[in-house]
Design a protein around this ligand. Structure first.
Ligand code: FAD
Length: 404
């Protein structure tokens, strides 16, 4: 229960057990799992609710993400409206191969947009009466080295607010204040910036494929994904710094057709009206530790992966699946051990997914180096035609069990 109070300097003051910065998938899911254990939280979110609910990002849910959403009663719409995929197509000029995850590792993935996951989480949090402060500004983290940490922010009406908490969860993505609150002397970072970006489009057209196509092509990588029976999501590798307005619709569809193999073995790519387009830079980033004092980082606040392996959203879910029981043990069971080992436990999966995302990215994107291209084609042939190679991709893509 949030207990409002009043501070002498006109700052409205409240107390909760967990102050959560960020109302994206990580923050919303964390508050949901904590609430199921009777733990009180407050969410502070920089954007409006409309913006959060319409943000177009990831679209592939790992097996263990789906299992978790089912367990907590949030899988109904996913199973009704999402699509289960057994695998993906991997291709290069003149060849397309299907990698069947179910045959190889007994696990599938689901196509269900991050926007839909977010809608389900927001609806569940509203049903439970969760306190969410949207359109917060100047969010700052204080005294994380003490046993009285707090968060300050300005609410949407311009009033200064202070949330006193037992712990703070930094779920505020790559650009929030949480990761920078860890002192420099403690913080380690690893980063890889790739020399290419993705031009992503959303189009009102039925997908031209039943499962995702990952295509290597001398002109650059292309990918055919989807969001529903009537909406397709497609990506093109483009140089860094590309201005999205310099690509006409015809140029986008022509490049997609070439790279995805339009006409190959009778396959055709159906173009349609483009409703959204953006350029997404590709980066790998990990910050450790994921806990410092009373501050716990989860999701993109601690790490970023290039989207080629479809891991960003799933990794945020896996972090929270480890963090929620650790905080429950800390706050309810008087057992600090799971919270003490949270960073080490979460980072095992973070580095596995960081490697897999790097591996998929560097196998599929061209850099103009002819030697690298031959190595990429050799790697693709091995993955697509060897059971051992395909099983490795399948196990990582469909996702290792939570707790790996
Ligand atoms: C632009 C973009 C496109 C992406 N596209 C894809 C894709 O195509 N495929 C794919 O697999 N993955 C994609 N991802 C990755 C995936 O969407 C993320 O990994 C996932 O959203 C992580 O969830 P999160 O809750 O940790 O972080 P986020 O979803 O980033 O949520 C963080 C929340 O914190 C809020 N916040 C930030 N600063 C503050 C502050 N100062 N105070 C309060 N709140 C704050 C933000 O508004 C946001 O709501 C994309 C990510 C981005 C950033």
């Amino acid at each position: 229960m949030v207990v409002p109070g009043a501070a002498s300097d006109c700052t409205a003051r409240m107390r909760t057990e967990v102050a959560i910065i960020g109302g994206g998938p990580a923050g919303l899911l964390l508050s949901h799992l904590l609430s199921a254990e009777g733990i009180d939280s407050v969410i502070i979110e920089a954007r409006s609710q409309e913006y959060v609910l319409s943000r177009i990002r990831a679209g592939i849910l790992e097996h263990s993400t789906v299992e978790l959403l089912d367990q907590i009663g949030l899988g109904r719409r996913l199973h009704a409206e999402g699509h289960e995929h057994r695998g993906i197509y991997l291709q290069w000029p003149e060849e397309r191969h299907h990698i069947d995850f179910v045959d190889h590792v007994g696990r599938s993935v689901w196509v269900y947009g991050q926007t839909e996951v977010t809608k389900d989480l927001v609806a569940a949090r509203e049903r439970d009466g969760q306190e969410i402060y949207y359109e917060a500004s100047d969010t700052a983290v204080h005294d994380i080295d003490s046993d009285a940490p707090y968060v300050t922010f300005t609410d949407s009406a311009g009033r200064p607010q202070r949330v006193d908490a037992v712990v703070i969860a930094g779920c505020d993505g790559s650009f929030g204040p949480s990761r920078a609150a860890v002192p420099d002397a403690v913080r380690h970072t690893w980063e890889r910036v790739y020399p290419y970006s993705w031009l992503g489009i959303l189009a009102d057209v039925a997908p031209s494929t039943d499962e995702l196509i990952y295509a290597w092509h001398p002109d650059g990588f292309a990918m055919h994904s989807m969001r529903s029976d009537t909406v397709s999501r497609l990506y093109l590798q483009v140089p860094n710094g590309t201005d999205v307005t310099t690509w006409s619709d015809d140029q986008i569809w022509d490049s997609l057709a070439t790279r995805l193999g339009h006409g190959q073995d009778g396959w055709t790519l159906n173009p349609g009206p483009i409703t959204d387009r953006s350029v997404l830079p590709m980066r790998s980033y990990v910050q450790t530790p994921m806990r410092h004092g009373a501050l716990f980082l989860a999701g993109d606040a601690a790490h970023t992966v290039p989207p080629t392996g479809a891991k960003g959203l799933n990794l945020a879910v896996a972090d929270v699946a480890a963090l929620a029981p650790a905080l429950t043990a800390l706050l309810r069971g008087n057992n600090p051990k799971p919270a003490a080992s949270y960073s080490d436990v979460a980072l095992r999966r973070v580095w596995r997914c960081t490697h897999f995302s790097w591996w998929m990215t560097t196998m599929l994107h061209t850099s103009g180096d002819p030697f690298d291209e031959q190595l990429q084609l050799s790697q693709l042939r091995w993955v697509a035609t060897s059971d051992a190679g395909a099983a490795g991709l399948a196990e990582n893509y469909a996702g290792l069990p939570i707790g790996f």
